[in-house]
Design a protein around this ligand. Structure first.
Ligand code: PMP
Length: 302
């Protein structure tokens, strides 16, 4: 936090700080060789994540007082000092400091904090968490529009929109929500992007559909056609197309690959999890573990 490694319980911020105006990133470091095992870590897609942190900061008027390389070194040091042995979540956060600059919206000083913690992966060979059933509903809440609160910048305030949709889904007995965008096309989940599979092709909405420019999505758009030979298409998806997909899955750093069992109680496809979703998740697990030579460039050793 602000250049020092400190224990979680001592990483304190005053209740007066407008932390909801802050921005953040969600990054993961996976264990090399076997992500269900123990060992040394590689950070996945550090560069696009840290570049997006800078874009988010620019959009929301925050300045990061360290260089990208300094944040990488700080992150590595934090992971080492923690002595983590299994997969780690890394969430750099930048917050404005109250009473600095011209206004809380144009602050002069900032907090930089890089919390890290362990998480349970859904990926990896034979992981039973991957095939757990997950029932979704299309939310009655629309995703925040790009000309209102841009979903492309990872600001905490965006997640109030996700909260509305998630609570609505829980109240109605579902596991999660899928947003439509302001035009009524399929958008994304509350914290992950969405893809469908129809007739052997993976389809995902464009960045203009009020989605976050997801690092996982970009990764998938690259390796699915190039490494797995499965065609991909980026285009708007209608609600009915989603219902009549052969497969559908969410993808993002946090939830990794989340197969969708049903949407609005309509079962998706004949098989759950679907064969293409499973193939993508299995290959992704190998990429994350550093077992795919041509994709090692996506990993930064700790
Ligand atoms: N959409 C939203 C709203 C998210 O919060 C996330 C997670 N950061 C994603 C999509 C997936 O993005 P990424 O693949 O970069 O984690």
């Amino acid at each position: 936090m602000n250049g020092e490694i400190i224990e979680t319980e001592k990483a304190l911020v005053s209740a007066m700080e407008p932390i909801f105006l802050g921005i953040f990133e969600g990054i993961k470091a996976y264990v090399e060789g076997d992500i269900l095992g123990e060992g040394r870590h590689n950070i996945f897609q550090w560069k696009p994540h840290i570049d997006r942190l800078w874009h988010s900061a620019n959009v929301h008027g925050l300045k990061i007082k360290y260089t990208k390389d300094e944040l990488l070194e700080a992150t590595k040091e934090t992971l080492k000092k923690n002595g983590f042995k299994t997969n780690v979540y890394i969430q750099p956060r930048i917050w404005p400091k109250a009473g600095t600059g011209r206004s809380r919206y144009a602050p002069g000083e900032f907090y930089v904090v890089i919390p890290t913690w362990l998480f349970d992966t859904r990926l990896g060979k034979g992981n039973p968490r991957f095939s757990e059933e997950r029932r979704f509903m299309v939310s009655s809440w629309r995703r925040i529009a790009s000309d209102a609160l841009p979903p492309q910048a990872k600001c905490w305030a965006n997640y109030a929109n996700s909260g509305l949709a998630t609570r609505e889904a829980i109240r109605n007995g579902y596991d999660g929500a899928i947003f439509l965008d302001f035009r009524g096309f399929v958008c994304e989940g509350t914290g992950a992007c969405l893809a469908t599979v129809r007739n052997g092709k993976v389809i995902t909405p464009p960045v203009t559909a009020s989605i976050l420019e997801s690092v996982t999505r970009s990764t998938f758009l690259e390796f699915i056609p190039e490494d797995l030979g499965i065609p991909v298409e980026v285009r708007d998806i209608t609600r009915v197309e989603l219902y009549s997909s052969d497969e559908a899955f969410l993808h993002g750093t946090g939830g990794e690959v989340t197969p969708i069992t049903s949407v609005d109680d309509i079962e998706i496809g004949d098989e759950y999890p679907g064969p293409i979703t499973t193939k993508i998740a299995e290959y992704y697990s190998e990429v994350l573990a550093g077992n795919v030579e041509k994709r090692k460039g996506w990993l930064t050793p700790v």
